[in-house]
Design a protein around this ligand. Structure first.
Ligand code: G3H
Length: 255
């Protein structure tokens, strides 16, 4: 049932672009749920996009997750990366170290030959600690960089998969279930109509910071993420989507 020819992929890219009202869409043939190399190809496509869109002096904020790890894995020196700053968009969100934004940010920056700064805060945070921590001068400085990032690159996850992977406390898991969250990005959980039904309290990029970034690139694929991608794009926070055929076909068909 998969598309075999390039024309078919181009048609799917165009359909997704119209449906999700995006500036740019890349669809990689295949399904990353089944084949690891499809995820790597999405990573490569993201690197290609950066090659033509990253300008000297820009700040790039990136999130965590295995898809973002693939972007870092496929990163090559970027001509304009000198004087560019790579920063993690948000805290660790309870992910294992290889899936944390800090780890991925450092690898990506080194391979791109750019500079980087990391964010050392425990998370999730209580409201009280959050208010204290964001007043720390060293944290404030990096938070400013993050908020002023002109390029944001992020993953999108299936809500339940992400909540379980991140060892979310039982009370929060119940909320995520009860409120029927289907998608997750930046530690925000969305229901089918794109409403935020839960948010992990942590420092870093907040959803309301996104409109000031020039390019917000979502990298997410696999048939299992179609609904998650659809929910995240309901309010339309990103302008670029790098995905695969598995997610793309399902998204056009069912959501
Ligand atoms: O926020 C979304 C997740 O970071 C996606 O993780 O790329 O491992 O599916 P993943």
């Amino acid at each position: 049932e998969f598309i075999k020819d390039v024309t078919g992929i181009k048609v799917l890219e165009q359909q997704l672009k119209e449906k999700l009202k995006l500036d740019h869409v890349v669809v990689i043939p295949g399904d990353s749920d089944e084949l690891d190399w499809v995820k790597q190809e999405m990573g490569k496509a993201c690197v290609e996009y950066l090659k033509t869109h990253l300008d000297t002096g820009e700040t790039v904020a990136i999130t965590g997750g295995s898809t973002m790890a693939s972007v870092a894995e496929m990163m090559t020196p970027l001509e304009k990366a000198n004087h560019c700053m790579f920063v993690p968009a948000r805290g660790g969100l309870g992910e294992r170290v290889e899936n944390q934004a800090n780890t991925i940010c450092a690898e990506m920056a080194k391979k791109a030959r750019g500079d980087y700064r990391l964010l050392y805060v425990p998370d999730p945070l209580s409201e009280e600690s959050y208010q204290t921590i964001i007043e720390e001068p060293s944290i404030k400085e990096i938070l400013n960089m993050i908020r002023n990032a002109s390029i944001v690159i992020h993953g999108v996850g299936d809500a339940i998969t992400m909540a379980e992977r991140r060892k979310t406390p039982q009370t929060q898991l119940e909320i995520i279930n009860e409120r029927q969250a289907v998608g997750e990005a930046f530690g925000y959980y969305f229901n089918q109509t794109g409403e935020i039904v839960h948010k992990v309290r942590t420092v870093g990029l907040q959803l309301e910071d996104l409109p000031s970034a020039g390019d917000v690139i979502a990298v997410a694929g696999g048939k299992s993420k179609a609904q998650a991608i659809a929910s995240y794009f309901q309010p339309g926070q990103s302008n670029v989507l790098i995905t695969d055929e598995g997610a793309g076909l399902e998204l056009i068909r069912d959501y």
